[in-house]
Structure formats: structure tokens, C-alpha cells
Design a protein around this ligand. Structure first.
Ligand code: ADP
Ligand code: MG
Ligand code: ZN
Length: 476
């Protein structure tokens, strides 16, 4: 029997506010333990929460970007459970009536576009952090009550690849909006994956397992892949999938059961009595809508339209806001969009991938890539030498002018130096010369290659071609 996977994702994104969701404490990440803590976020009796307006704005921005319906009135609720990193004994979240519902996100899978439903986005506070040591545990409340949005997708995804594409696109959208910094290592963008399988051709969803908090795109995809196979094999061999929560062991590459549905908490949700309903003024909604920045799809369409780069290039370049910014700045410094796109899509992404780094880690500045392209376009260096210069720029962050000067890479257009080399090449390859003269035009490439090689790639290829044609007896 063949099975079709059904996947729905719950993403927690930390909002980029300076202060926490219900108090003035800082949300700074790498601070010493327990310094960003006050009576409110540490749950002292008698304290009252005050909602952070910026967090609401950010949630609305995300909602609009994901084409959600914004509920003009939403409700905060208490989700009750006991855990040492939850000082109040409950988490303030939204339950029955979240701030937004019914949106969607378009993702690219292969060469087609797929629309994935967004069930809801709700606001909530994060918990603190438990640090487990040998024989004891420590609690750090710096993160307690930092603002999150949870974005819940419809069970519309049908493969690990689609889930990965959805997560990457969602993260990019939130980063374009400046509402989340998307740092997965720091836990600012994390995901629970709900996975089930059903026999191909059937409608009814199978029983799902929820894989908790996987912290990289690659691991989410691997965890989902593993889970799909596990469930399919289980059913194939006569077993039954049970509804449960699982974790992913990235070392072993397997998912492991944490708790079954029977062991699930009863959270005893009830409306938060310390907060009035969140009512959004229509004017605020419209003001946020009017200020909404350009999103990845819009930027992609603009780059295709205005810069004439291929759709594929535009999709890759706009998949990250930083990359798109780098691209556009470089183009503004050289005016050659296709060349910038080639360098970015080729050398730059290749080297970044090799080093597992991101655009933000680049030492190379976009205006310097622009300068490199200007030098190539002006014939000062060849494209091949450009590659050497590019790698050096990538490694050291030096300017292309400095590298070319220091390494003596300036292209030679001086005809006398080139003619000298051409004479040598012709003398050393009499057989090929005879063949060329008897009509084997294709050998031109061989001669150009020989001359370039002898001149360490520094000869101007246009000039070499021209002079070779003359010397070899002007074929064609
Ligand atoms: P809970 O609150 O228990 O996590 P929800 O009904 O809110 O449950 O669903 C959470 C996520 O699980 C959603 O993203 C939804 O799309 C997904 N989901 C629901 N049913 C299934 C299923 N049978 N298979 C895969 N995913 C599912
Ligand atoms: Mg869930
Ligand atoms: Zn506080």
C-alpha cells in the first residue's frame, strides 16, 4: 500500500520588541542569567500585566502579510501547567479568539506554486529556560514572557520538502517585515511538526504524531521524513499509529515518543482575568496596512520587471531579505544586474553554503562586488581573474582594486606583449596551425587557451582573439 503524508506546522516566532510582552524588562538575548526579570514576569502575587503595543503591531503586520483576517476583538487566556521555568504557573496566550485567522502563504515547490492555509495566528508569552546540570537544574527567567506569535498551518503540506519550503518562506516573510529576527539557533523561530499518513486516494486523515521543537530546517525535514516512514511501516505491518508527542534525536536521526495523548496535560484554559479584551482600532489596522513593506513575492516580481533578471534568479535572491538587499546595492554600484545575479547565485552562494554561513556573515560589501563587476566590464580584468579576486574578497574583505594591485592581476591589453606570446604559441604548435589554416576553425579556442595560459589569464581575451585571427591568416 502507498501512503500519502499529511503535515501541519505550528511555528513559534519571537517578536523583535525591545521589552517583554507584559512588562518593561529587556528582551536582550545573551545577557547574564536572570538580570532581565521583574515582579511581573517572575509571577509575584499582586502584579498586573500591561500589554506591549509594539507586539500587537508586529502580530498585525504578520497577519496582513499572510492575508489573514484580523479579529478586531481578541481575548487572552490562561493556559495552566506546572513547570519550574513558568513562574506564574500559567502561560498567557490566546485560545478561543486569537488575533488573526484564515490566511495563507504561497510556496514554491519545484516549478509550481502551492497555497498553504494558515489556520490562525495568536499572541503569547514565552517560558523561561531550564538549564539541566549534573544532579541539579537551573532556571533562567530572562526569556520568560518575551512576546511570541504562534502561526498554525492547515494540514495542507504533503511532503518534508513542502514543509521545508513553507518554513523558509514564512521565516523570510517575517524577516522582511522586521517582526522576527529568524535566528533558529537562539530559538527565535521554532517549529512543531504534526505528521500523519493515509492510504493514497483516501480522504480521511490518519492519526497524527506531533514532533516538538526541532531547531533547524534540515532537521525538521529529516524528522518529518523519518516519521512518515515510521508510520507507513507501522501500518503496513499491522500496527496502529497512536496520537502522541515525539522528539527528534538529531544524532541518531530518529523520532522518539515523549508522551501519549492520555498523558497530555489538561490545561484548564480560561479567559485571563487581568487583561481586558484586545480591541484594535480600525485606524491602527489601516495605518499598519499602509506601512507594510515590500514582501518576497512582490520584490521578486519587481526584480524581474525592473532589472530583467530571470524568474529563477529572482526567486532565489528574494528568498532572504539580506540577500535581496545585497543584490540591489551591488547593482546600484555597477548597473549590471545579470552580472551581479551570476556572481551572487554562483560564487557567493556556493562559498556561503560551503562554510555554512549567511549573507550577514559576509565580510565582502555589496558596493565592492559592484566595483569588481565594473572592472570586468571595463576590461581591466578578465572574468576568470575576477573569480580569483572574488574569492580573495570573500576571504579577506579587501577591495577588488587593492587585490588586483597587490597581486598584479591587471589585464594586459598591450598588443606588443600579447603578440610576443602569440608568436611563441604559433611556433610551438605548427601542426595545429596547419590544421586551422586548412579549415578547422574550432582550433581557435585552443590557441586562445594557450595564449591565456602563458599569460596567466591576464591577457584581454578580446584582444587575444583579434590578434590571433590576424596572425593565423584571417579565417572566416
Ligand atoms: P493541537 O492544539 O493539539 O496541537 P490543532 O488542532 O491545533 O491541535 O492542530 C495543530 C496542527 O496539527 C495544525 O497545524 C494542523 O494543521 C495539524 N493537524 C491536525 N490534524 C492533523 C493530521 N491528522 N495530520 C497532520 N497534521 C494535522
Ligand atoms: Mg500543538
Ligand atoms: Zn519583567
Amino acid at each position: 500500500m502507498d501512503f500519502e503524508p499529511v503535515i501541519g506546522l505550528e511555528v513559534h516566532a519571537q517578536l523583535t520588541t525591545r521589552s517583554k510582552l507584559f512588562c518593561g524588562c529587556s528582551t536582550e538575548f545573551n545577557a547574564p542569567a536572570n538580570i532581565h526579570v521583574c515582579p511581573v514576569c517572575s509571577g509575584h502575587p499582586g502584579t498586573l500585566p500591561v500589554l506591549n503595543a509594539k507586539a500587537v503591531e508586529h502580530a498585525i503586520k504578520a497577519a496582513l502579510a499572510l492575508d489573514c483576517k484580523v479579529n478586531m476583538r481578541s481575548i487572552f487566556a490562561r493556559k495552566n501547567y506546572f513547570y519550574p521555568d513558568l513562574p506564574k504557573g500559567y502561560q498567557i496566550t490566546q485560545f478561543d479568539l486569537p488575533i488573526c485567522q484564515h490566511g495563507h502563504l504561497d510556496i514554491e515547490v519545484g516549478s509550481s506554486v502551492k497555497r498553504v492555509g494558515i489556520t490562525r495566528i495568536h499572541m503569547e508569552e514565552d517560558a523561561g529556560k531550564s538549564v539541566h546540570a549534573q544532579g541539579y537544574s537551573l532556571v533562567n527567567l530572562n526569556r520568560a514572557a518575551t512576546p511570541l506569535i504562534e502561526i498554525v498551518s492547515e494540514p495542507d503540506l504533503r511532503s518534508a520538502e513542502e514543509a521545508g519550503a513553507y518554513l523558509r518562506k514564512l521565516r523570510a516573510v517575517l524577516m522582511y517585515l522586521d517582526v522576527c529576527d529568524g535566528n533558529m539557533q537562539e530559538g527565535n523561530f521554532r517549529c512543531d511538526a504534526n505528521v500523519s499518513v493515509r492510504p493514497v486516494g483516501t480522504e480521511k486523515f490518519g492519526t497524527r504524531a506531533e514532533i516538538k521543537n526541532v531547531n533547524s530546517f534540515r532537521f525538521v525535514e529529516k524528522a518529518i521524513e523519518y516519521e512518515i516512514n515510521r508510520q507507513a511501516q507501522l501500518i503496513q505491518s499491522g500496527g496502529k499509529v497512536v496520537q502522541e508527542t515525539r522528539t527528534y534525536d538529531s544524532g541518531k536521526g530518529v523520532t522518539i515518543s515523549m508522551r501519549s495523548k492520555e498523558e497530555a496535560h489538561d490545561y484548564r484554559y480560561f479567559p485571563e482575568p487581568d487583561l481586558i479584551p484586545l480591541v484594535i482600532a480600525p485606524a491602527l489596522l489601516e495605518a499598519i496596512r499602509a506601512k507594510l513593506p515590500e514582501l518576497p513575492d512582490q520584490r521578486r516580481d519587481r526584480l524581474i520587471r525592473e532589472m530583467g533578471i530571470p524568474a529563477y534568479d529572482a526567486t532565489v535572491i528574494t528568498s532572504s531579505r539580506r540577500l535581496a538587499e545585497f543584490f540591489e546595492t551591488a547593482v546600484s554600484h555597477c548597473g549590471n544586474a545579470k552580472a551581479v545575479s551570476n556572481w551572487v547565485m554562483g560564487e557567493m552562494l556556493r562559498l556561503l553554503k560551503l562554510d555554512e554561513r549567511e549573507v550577514d556573515d559576509l565580510q565582502m560589501k555589496p558596493d565592492e562586488l559592484g566595483a569588481l563587476i565594473r572592472m570586468i566590464d571595463a576590461g581591466l580584468i578578465s572574468n576568470t581573474i575576477g573569480k580569483t579576486v572574488f574569492e580573495e574578497m570573500y576571504k579577506t574583505g579587501s577591495s577588488p582594486e587593492a587585490i588586483v594591485k597587490e597581486k598584479g592581476l591587471m589585464q594586459i591589453s598591450d598588443t606588443s606583449a600579447i603578440l610576443l606570446t602569440i608568436d611563441k604559441v604559433i611556433a610551438a604548435n605548427a601542426a595545429q596551425v596547419a590544421e586551422y589554416r586548412s579549415g578547422k576553425d574550432k582550433l581557435m579556442g585552443f590557441f586562445v587557451g594557450q595564449v591565456m595560459k602563458q599569460m596567466s589569464g591576464k591577457a584581454n581575451p578580446g584582444v587575444v582573439n583579434e590578434l590571433l585571427k590576424q596572425k593565423l591568416g584571417a579565417k572566416s
